[in-house]
Design a protein around this ligand. Structure first.
Ligand code: FE2
Length: 250
């Protein structure tokens, strides 16, 4: 299995606080059957891209020796997108996932997104040629209020990432399963930060998915992630459009 979203690199963001924690998280990932993962530390633009890349490399060097044998790791970032601000990051190119055309973007958690956010997203995509993977779509209040936003993202050409915790959390479980069932999940990630409150939950999520009879869709998402990491083009096919509010899925 592939974990596309982790905060495992030590002391670079609010994730693993030291190399020891990172080593333990890597062990947990392996225990849960993760064979490949992407390090996606937060990038907020508060440091230059160059500084971020140096910090990321240094953090990686500290835990390199703890990467389990047989596990492939890649460098990426979770880039905070807030409209115009992103356009100011000149050397944005290197923040993609391991040299691919895919970039993981985190959107604001505010209860109301500015209407301009889709406009700037489209403008940024057209200007750079990059394909955004919208991080943990299950966590935005705007999406939970109005799931049709997912269709807008897909129409623009974005891909969608769902956190494994969304399948476990009772509040979001039905919605996450509906997304998986209907082709809305192109990437999965644990978004792990620590060994306590935000430890990897890949196996627990898989158990929920299996119980719901959606293992084929789960495997499809794994295949899509493989293709993303091989920098292949992804064609999204939604089975049934999610139009209704979250309540319908409870
Ligand atoms: Fe994250």
């Amino acid at each position: 299995m592939i974990d596309m979203h982790t905060h495992l690199l030590p002391a670079i963001d609010d994730g693993a606080k030291d190399a020891q924690t990172a080593a333990e998280l890597l062990r947990l990932e392996q225990e849960q059957g993760v064979k490949e993962l992407v390090f996606t530390p937060h990038f907020y633009g508060d440091v230059t891209t160059e500084t971020f890349l140096i910090n990321r490399q240094n953090a990686y060097e500290k835990i390199r020796e703890f990467v389990p044998q047989g596990m492939r790791v890649r460098l990426g970032a979770e880039v905070y997108f807030s409209g115009l601000r992103l356009a100011q990051f000149g050397q944005f190119d290197s923040l993609n996932i391991d040299g691919t055309k895919y970039v993981m973007l985190e959107l604001p958690y505010s209860t109301v997104w500015p209407k301009s956010i889709l406009y700037y997203l489209e403008r940024w995509m057209n200007g750079t040629g990059y394909v955004p993977i919208i991080a943990h779509v299950d966590r935005y209040i705007e999406v939970l209020k109005e799931p049709t936003l997912l269709n807008r993202f897909l129409e623009l050409g974005c891909l969608l990432q769902v956190n494994t915790s969304a399948f476990i959390n009772r509040r979001t479980r039905s919605f996450a399963l509906a997304m998986l069932k209907n082709g809305y999940v192109q990437a999965l990630g644990t978004d792990t930060h620590d060994t306590q409150n935000r430890a990897p939950t890949y196996l627990q999520a898989k158990a929920v998915v299996e119980k719901a009879g959606l293992l084929a869709e789960w495997e499809q998402a794994q295949t899509t992630m493989e293709r993303i990491l091989e920098n292949q083009r992804i064609t999204v096919r939604v089975k049934k459009t999610i139009k209704k509010c979250l309540g319908k899925y409870r």
